[in-house]
Design a protein around this ligand. Structure first.
Ligand SMILES: O=C(O)c1ccccc1NCC(=O)[C@H](O)[C@H](O)COP(=O)(O)O
Length: 614
């Protein structure tokens, strides 16, 4: 179940409004109906909003009962409402008239009774949302009285059928909200339940939000699903291995000694925390927002991959496994796995597509130097997806003593969750560092996404914050050519490596070979949690071409003396585009996921006109 939308309604003074604007509410409501004890004047509301801006994600709702068009327009002069809520007996044709006149979404309040569902159907196609409320003789709303919530799923289903939102109102408060949540409402609307002596109460709001949070299952759910995505689409033979991993992981994550060891290893062995660097000359050159870099390139082995390899390596050891097996495309994850295997005294096999073995010879040698055995995979297209298939196959046959160390937030549950949790150190550190540096959070965070582990680790601790999250997919030679890895822009839902997600596929569902200048981004799928975050519009994904990437590489080299990995340069290129649309008071934090030494040969070849993978 996802966190429900919350509407705090009937804000009557600056204090009420400020509390709502700094809360978890998704909607802030004002009553512009003079017959209500919560009536407020639009001029005053306009002043409050000018004085204390709401969070960008929050929407302002104006509540009216039988207003005239002139009244509505008058209010809109002072308050830039996002939604008009009509709370009386307004007709379908009146809603159409209002919608035409003010060009805003119109919500209709439906007062709960036996006729309510059929009334709701009458507004189909006209109302953009519903508030199901209780009416008394004295008041149209804000009564503090609840109805029988057993029928909540009927209202929710009808709204879902119409493709609009539905809020449950009437007498909800911190003491009964858990009861309401059993019926899985899309949204909850409160007025009197968070008031004390007629004003909104900070204590009640905090109490309510804590109760809602406690009731929510954090993603993934028990089946390993992120909304519609993720899961465990694997042959039965793999189920034992996944269940063993899930229980080993659960025990380790609940053990403070394991968590301490993981952090200590990250510090003493990999050099964490990685710094946040202000890219001063680059910011000045671009204009607009300031660019900051989270320096994952300064990790041991040169990229964020080691965070996850340390976590899973320690877990393997704790679970008594002596052998690590991994897949690799560009070789970065293979190197990270071979590194941690050497450090922990474990043996290591790395499956790598034959084509990748040929084009990444330096990394192959590096893995061998670290004591790993690199196994070229000759099946399929001889690239990363085939290497992953072979690694999974090997794991099933050798599960007794072998741990499969996946390198991204992909694969069957619990891998996407586990890799995210071992990578969230990037976001956790960034949050604390940015607050210390600037006394606030960044306005925007940018990261690149192939499978999506650096971006998931960076974004995860910011999901509930008022921070815009943007991610760069590999646009290759252009989304509309046959050479890209723009999974979300061009892909369709399907199953890859045990998880339901977006992937690029042909008409028959066969996976299309992805392409990118950056070997680390040319994966045909994307982590299921990313697919979910895209589906709820929490993260905005955009594709960045090879050409834009190379421009970003050159800029960062010349202006900051930092050679980024081609993967990370995708994020930088997206951040540069975004910075130009913002002001110098705003900040963008870019996840610089790795250093570019490994890419020098590809960059040189491309700039000299040779192409990368030819
Ligand atoms: O709140 C009012 O005074 C009010 C008056 C007239 C029309 C609507 C009104 N409130 C609309 C809302 O959206 C309230 O949040 C909703 O009725 C829930 O109120 P409560 O039962 O007090 O939580």
């Amino acid at each position: 179940m996802t966190f429900p939308l919350l509407k705090y309604c009937g804000n009557q003074n600056f204090y009420d409004y400020q509390l709502a604007a700094s809360s978890k509410a998704s909607h802030i409501g004002f009553i512009f109906y003079e017959g209500s004890k919560r009536y407020v004047r639009s001029q005053e509301v306009g002043r409050w909003i000018g004085k204390y801006p709401k969070q960008k994600r929050q929407k302002l709702v104006g509540v009216f009962v039988h207003p005239t068009l002139e009244e509505l327009k008058d209010v809109l002069q002072y308050v830039k409402l996002d939604i008009i809520q009509l709370h009386g007996h307004e007709t379908v044709s009146f809603l159409q008239e209002v919608s035409h006149a003010v060009k805003l979404p119109i919500w209709k309040a439906i007062h709960h009774d036996e006729e309510a569902l059929s009334l709701m159907r009458e507004y189909n196609g006209v109302a953009s949302g519903y508030v199901i409320d209780v009416k008394t003789k004295e008041a149209w709303g804000g009564t503090g009285q609840a109805f029988n919530w057993e029928v909540v799923p009927d209202y929710t289903q009808e709204a879902a059928r119409q493709g609009v939102q539905c809020f449950i109102a009437g007498g909800v408060n911190p003491s009964n909200v858990k009861q309401l949540l059993l019926y899985e409402p899309m949204g909850i609307d409160l007025a009197s339940g968070i008031e004390q002596a007629g004003v909104k109460s900070k204590k009640l709001v905090e109490d309510l939000e804590r109760k809602v949070e406690q009731t929510m299952n954090k993603f993934p759910d028990e089946q390993g699903r992120f909304g519609d995505f993720g899961g465990k689409f694997v042959p039965e033979t793999l189920m034992y291995a996944l269940e063993e991993l899930e229980s080993g992981l659960g025990e380790a994550m609940a053990d403070p000694e394991f968590i301490d060891l993981y952090h200590k290893t990250m510090k003493d062995y990999s050099g964490r925390p990685t710094p946040v660097t202000y890219a001063r000359r680059l910011s000045e050159k671009i204009g607009g927002a300031n660019l900051y870099l989270k320096r994952e390139d300064l990790n041991h082995t040169g990229a964020h991959k080691i965070n996850n390899a340390i976590g899973q390596g320690l877990l393997a050891k704790r679970m008594g496994k002596e052998k690590l097996v991994a897949e690799t495309g560009a070789g970065q994850h293979g190197v990270a796995t071979a590194t941690i295997a050497a450090y922990l005294g474990l043996s290591c096999k790395v499956f790598m597509g034959k084509k990748d073995v040929e084009r990444q010879q330096l990394n192959v040698f590096r893995m061998e130097l670290l004591g790993a055995e690199v196994i070229p995979v000759e099946s399929g297209s001889q690239t990363l997806k085939d290497a992953t298939n072979e690694a999974l196959r090997y794991w099933v046959e050798n599960v007794e003593d072998t741990f499969y160390l996946i390198g991204s937030v992909v694969g069957p549950h619990p891998y996407p969750m586990m890799v995210r949790d071992f990578q969230r150190v990037i976001g956790d550190e960034s949050k604390a560092q940015f607050l210390e540096l600037k006394g606030k959070l960044p306005d925007v965070i940018a990261a690149c996404v192939g499978g999506g582990s650096n971006s998931m680790g960076m974004f995860y601790p910011f999901l509930e914050d008022d921070v815009e999250l943007i991610a760069a997919e590999a646009g290759g030679k252009g989304e509309d050519t046959a050479f890209h890895a723009a999974t979300l822009a061009k892909g369709r839902k399907g199953v890859i490596h045990g998880a339901l997600t977006y992937l690029i596929q042909d008409e028959a569902g066969q996976i299309i070979e992805p392409y990118s200048i950056s070997a680390g981004l040319d994966y045909p799928g994307i982590g299921p949690e990313h697919a979910y975050l895209a589906s709820i519009d929490r993260v905005h994904y955009e594709s960045i071409t090879d050409e834009e990437t190379l421009e970003a590489v050159e800029l960062l080299c010349r202006l900051e003396g930092i050679l980024p990995a081609l993967e990370s340069a995708h994020a930088l290129a997206l951040a540069i585009k975004k910075a130009k649309t913002l002001t110098k008071e705003q900040d963008i934090l870019v996840c610089l996921s790795g250093r570019g030494d490994k890419d020098v040969h590809s960059i040189q070849k491309t700039l000299q006109g040779g192409g990368v993978h030819e």
